[in-house]
Design a protein around this ligand. Sequence first.
Ligand SMILES: [Zn+2]
Length: 367
Amino acid sequence: MQKKYILGVITLSACITLTQVMPAFAGIIGHSSASYYSAQQEAQAVQPQSNEFKFLRTDMYTYQDMENDINLLKNQYEGVTSDSIGTTPDGRSIYRITVGNREASKKILVVGAIHAREYITASVVMRQVKEMLDYRRNGDTTLDRVCIQYVPMINPDGVAISQSGIDGLIKEESKQKLQAIIDSWSDWGLKENQDKYNWFLNKWKNNLNGVDLNHNFPTQGWEQRGDSRKKPSNEFYKGPSGGSESETKDLMKLVNDENFDAVLNYHTQGQIIYWSNQHASAEVLAKDKAMADIVAAHTGYKLVAPEADGSKFGVGFKDWLDWEKGIPSVTVEVGIGTSPVPETQIETIWQQNAGVLPDIAKYVLGE
Ligand SMILES: [Zn+2]
């Protein structure tokens, strides 16, 4: 069955809501067709050994930039570790960064870029790593009492597609898989119209398999959840089964292993906060709301009304946390316009979101 969505939310956020009709082919925002394939080459050409964090810049933030920055964080600060929670179909490591007290009873998870075209959130999460480390360097002792884990880019294959198209992929079989998905939507005119072709890839939201990871979590609502695409595509497709995707499984395993006390999910766009879930217990819901209020106090973002949260047949990461795991979480939609939001928005986004994580940590600690 198809679920009807509340129109007001569709205008606010392209992220969680489900568009039921064939989309309008918007022009490419941020990347002209001419610069589409050269963007990554330019990024790679910018001194890979630089001592400056690339997440502090205002140009496109790539997987390679993140790898450089993780190493730089480990070089410049004590107590930073990183590992991989899984390997994607195209062969990328899904990095986890850990700071704080590994023995602490309280644990927080921060996740970015589950939606590919929302890759600016990876640099937001990376800034949050540095933020906590700077707090400690300046004498704050919060990290003595909490362990914070960050997965800045849970969907790196999808990010590569959104940023660089087919050439962003590593394996030949990956390129063939993406080409097959493109060919399967040829009735949209993707071959005849370069703008439509660029739109399809630049707006890529899914993983390499063409599955929307945030529609792929195996909640009790998964079977009934509507699916406007019904086959691999650049957005929305929920997959062949709940939890079918390796990235979904990797994130679920991390949560099951670590049993976090709170989770922050970063998405774009709309400057709004999803916090509620009709299947959450009263206790979890109260914590969801408390965290949302903290985020709102810093950012000025509006809380999405519970009747518009889409949780009835919710299949996103937050739905799974609220409904199946009883772990409080909020989903923060940063940026304005359409995704990928222009890179220059990072400065405004950071002005809004600086201080959020330190205060969430204090809340989790009851301080
Ligand atoms: Zn999203």
